[in-house]
Design a protein around this ligand. Structure first.
Ligand SMILES: Cc1cc2nc3c(=O)[nH]c(=O)nc-3n(C[C@H](O)[C@H](O)[C@H](O)COP(=O)(O)OP(=O)(O)OC[C@H]3O[C@@H](n4cnc5c(N)ncnc54)[C@H](O)[C@@H]3O)c2cc1C
Length: 365
């Protein structure tokens, strides 16, 4: 009997990712209702298939050998206003909804809260996984709750912000990302007629330089324009955007560790270069991974075979065409090693590795 949910066999996954890398899925299921999703999970159990979750493929690195089981792409896209007052509007959005389309809709409706997250590729369901953030704003600021299906117990529960334990590019969902918890929908609280969040220096300066009155729409357009210059808007015609966005997170270090980095870089700092440092609470500071990479002698445009550092952003690793995941991860390991040798900082990868076995950069030399 044919399965009662959409499923295809031997599907090339590379074309479903922004990096354009990774082997095939044995099966790719695309359920759009909870009945289809449950049927898909039961079918997977019956055939003893391992499972992986895929969204828009913009923050995953998929193994060259592919995923020899069932890849589930939850494609439900409904959006509903569930509560509104004069001050705010709560909107529940299914996980398969495109993230940037949600941002565009909120801005058109004069709802503030995610305008600086304009232009981030991917789905709403993946947004809480790493608490997406950009230009001084993070998802957790508008997040109310997510409905999460546990693929081990088949139970559904509501995760509020506290349970999600959001941090910088982190949530409680991230350690098991891709395997255990499927985000069915997310509820966000937007501020009606709210002021745009203009906190990030580069955004602030660009807005000040324009004579236009600052509005949500202007902030959205400006953010997209700034992102585009750095290859941070996914566009098949822009080879520098064939990436997973930032490949490493910005390291958060203790004040003593930051001092250690300063000592190691005393030569360049003595030449008048200043190290970008951002306060992140008591006794800790965040450094800019892109700056550290460049100090380690890895300039924009550096290449290793068919992969390399973007020409316009030192933090993005790009598939130049014909690359492999093996090449990409070897390059990432090389960057990690060189940065550690020069600065003492061990950069941590941001994307999620989807593979049959667990993968870390230590597997690559
Ligand atoms: C050009 C470019 C720019 C980027 N800029 C930014 C940025 O500014 N800020 C930022 O934070 N990120 C950025 N990213 C990373 C990425 O866009 C985000 O992390 C995005 O949320 C990933 O969404 P996705 O649907 O593509 O997820 P995928 O890449 O498909 O998956 C990411 C992880 O989420 C899991 N997942 C996907 N959907 C679900 C679901 N419904 N339920 C549970 N788990 C799920 C996957 O298993 C995987 O572990 C950028 C990426 C690119 C390519």
């Amino acid at each position: 009997m044919a399965p009662s949910f959409p499923v295809a066999e031997h599907v090339a996954l590379a074309s479903l990712t922004t990096l354009g890398l990774g082997g095939p899925a044995r099966y790719l299921a695309t359920p759009s209702t909870q009945n289809e999703l449950l049927a898909c999970l039961e079918w997977g159990d019956k055939h003893q298939l391992e499972r992986w979750i895929l969204g828009g493929g913009s923050n995953v690195v998929i193994a060259d050998e592919g995923l020899p089981g069932l890849v589930i792409q939850w494609v439900a896209k409904e959006r509903h206003v569930v509560q509104e007052t004069e001050a705010f509007v709560d909107v529940q959005v299914e996980g398969g909804h495109n993230w940037d389309e949600l941002v565009a809709w909120s801005v058109e409706n004069n709802l503030a809260g995610v305008e600086c997250l304009s232009g981030i590729p991917g789905s709403v369901g993946a947004a809480p996984i790493q608490n997406i953030g950009a230009y001084g704003q993070e998802l957790c600021e508008t997040f109310v709750k997510a409905t999460v299906l546990d693929l081990e117990t088949y139970t559904t529960s509501e995760w509020d912000a506290q349970r999600c334990d959001f941090g910088y590019r982190h949530s409680a969902l991230k350690p098991s990302a891709g395997r255990r918890f499927l985000v069915l929908d997310v509820t966000l609280r937007f501020t009606r007629n709210g002021e745009p969040a203009v906190r990030y220096g580069e955004l602030q300066r660009t807005l000040e330089a324009s004579d236009k009155p600052i509005s949500l729409a202007l902030v959205r357009d400006t953010v997209i324009c700034l992102r585009r210059r750095k290859g941070m808007v996914f566009d098949p015609n822009d080879p520098n955007s064939r990436s997973a966005g930032s490949f490493f997170t910005n390291p958060i270090l203790s004040l003593e560790e930051v001092e250690g980095v300063r000592e190691r870089l005393a030569d360049v700092l003595a030449e008048g270069l200043s190290m970008p440092v951002y306060p992140v609470g008591e006794g800790q500071q965040k450094l800019a991974a892109a700056w550290l990479i460049e100090r380690a002698g890895l300039t924009k445009g550096t290449r290793w075979g068919n992969v390399g550092i973007s020409d316009v952003h030192a933090l993005a690793l790009v598939n130049r065409g014909g690359g492999t995941t093996q090449e990409l991860l070897s390059a990432a390991k090389q960057i990690q090693k060189q940065v550690q040798e020069r600065t003492g900082v061990l950069l941590q990868p941001e994307p999620v590795f989807l593979a049959k076995r667990s993968v870390s950069l230590d597997d690559f030399s």
